[in-house]
Write a protein that binds this ligand. Structure first.
Ligand code: SAM
Length: 350
């Protein structure tokens, strides 16, 4: 670990705190992808697929802002398209460079602050931001910069973790953000970064606040989706010609929707039939496997409950065994539920 000073929360939450956040993400860049996978229960790839589908195929110049380790970049790759990944953390960009280097493909990686992008006015056709917008404070300034670089009619696709919305799921969602996220963060080089993560999600809100910001900045939301019962949300928005003004010919700007089958008569690309059925079979197989493990762990729990008092387990081994079995049971039960929801959902996502 280097001797970069650890910034306190107030520093990280102040307006335009690019330096502090860059330093924080430098610290956690080593295990960022692993922890991200764990905390999203392995679902983030499917959500990114929805984000990628939100970018029109015709987009020639696409920026992935707050690109981090570049995990969203490969899905944006198209023949003839310029893909730029920008981030303020050089540590994260190094990981992005390693990742893309291995694939033999080289998007442009830029160390840049989202509030002052080194790009000309109206030079982009689309911008994607995954789990990044909530770090850009004040939101209005960040959206103003995106309005500057996006051409009128350009597309903004935002994937973000959101605060609990009122409803029956809210207490679980709150528990997850307040307790489990900081706990998982202990595996990281800077555990305070995960306390920041949790707090920043609450500060970002459940969605309506962000949509108000989009409208004020001159964006029209065309698609909104929720994942994992609203813990993560996706917005696809179009930059209007001027604030409050719709484009004269929206049909000339084909917007590729994350939803496969809309009822509005607009035909949108979806996965080809063969891939779609493969996806469904794969989701079904994963669900069956996960459900089988859940049942096995349930039986294991019952058996362990009966025989635990007689087992010669010293000291910490007994609580550790309980933790392992109960934790595994909860994990696989939740995973089975999510896989079942995915299997039953209308939109192929993998
Ligand atoms: C939670 S990570 C998301 C990374 C990646 N998009 C992903 O989906 O995994 C947020 C990223 O935003 C970057 N970031 C924070 N403030 C920024 C700013 N002002 N300008 C550019 N990037 C910023 C951080 O360095 C970090 O890599």
């Amino acid at each position: 670990m280097d001797d970069t000073p650890q910034h306190s929360d107030p520093d990280r939450f102040r307006p335009h705190a690019a330096r502090e956040l860059g330093g924080m993400f430098d610290q956690v860049s080593g295990r960022y992808d692993l922890l991200n996978r764990i905390m999203t229960l392995g679902q983030d790839h499917a959500w990114r697929e929805a984000m990628w589908r939100g970018v029109p195929e015709s987009a020639h110049a696409v920026l992935d802002l707050c690109t981090g380790s570049g995990v969203s970049l490969p899905g944006l790759r198209r023949p003839g398209r310029l893909v730029i990944g920008a981030d303020v953390s050089l540590g994260m960009l190094e990981r992005a460079a390693e990742r893309q280097g291995r694939s033999g493909w080289a998007p442009r990686l830029v160390g840049a602050d989202g509030f002052a992008l080194p790009l000309r006015d109206h030079s982009l056709d689309a911008v994607t931001i995954a789990f990044g917008i909530r770090n850009l404070r004040p939101l209005a300034d960040a959206l103003a910069e995106l309005t500057r670089v996006l051409r009128p009619g350009g597309t903004l696709v935002v994937l973000e973790a959101t605060a609990p919305a009122p409803g029956p799921f809210a207490p679980f969602h709150r528990f997850y953000l307040e307790r489990l996220v900081p706990l998982a963060g202990r595996m990281s080089a800077d555990a305070t970064a995960y306390a920041y993560l949790s707090r920043s999600i609450f500060e970002f809100g459940a969605g309506p606040e962000f949509e108000a910001g989009l409208a004020a900045a001159g964006f029209e939301v065309t698609v909104r989706r929720r994942f994992m019962l609203g813990a993560t949300r996706l917005w696809i928005a179009r930059r209007l010609a001027a604030t409050g003004q719709k484009m004269a010919h929206p049909s000339a700007l084909p917007l590729q929707d994350a939803r496969a089958h809309e009822q509005d008569g607009v035909s949108r690309p979806s996965l080809p039939g063969a891939r779609s059925s493969e996806w469904r079979v794969w989701a079904g197989v994963q669900f069956l496997l996960s459900a089988a493990i859940t049942v096995a762990l349930g039986q294991g729990l019952a058996a362990f409950g009966k025989s635990a008092p007689d087992l010669p387990l010293p000291g910490w081994q007994r609580p550790a065994a309980w933790l392992l079995i109960v934790g595994g049971l909860v994990f696989f039960a939740v995973r089975s539920l999510l896989l079942l929801l995915r299997f039953l959902s209308r939109t192929p996502r993998a």
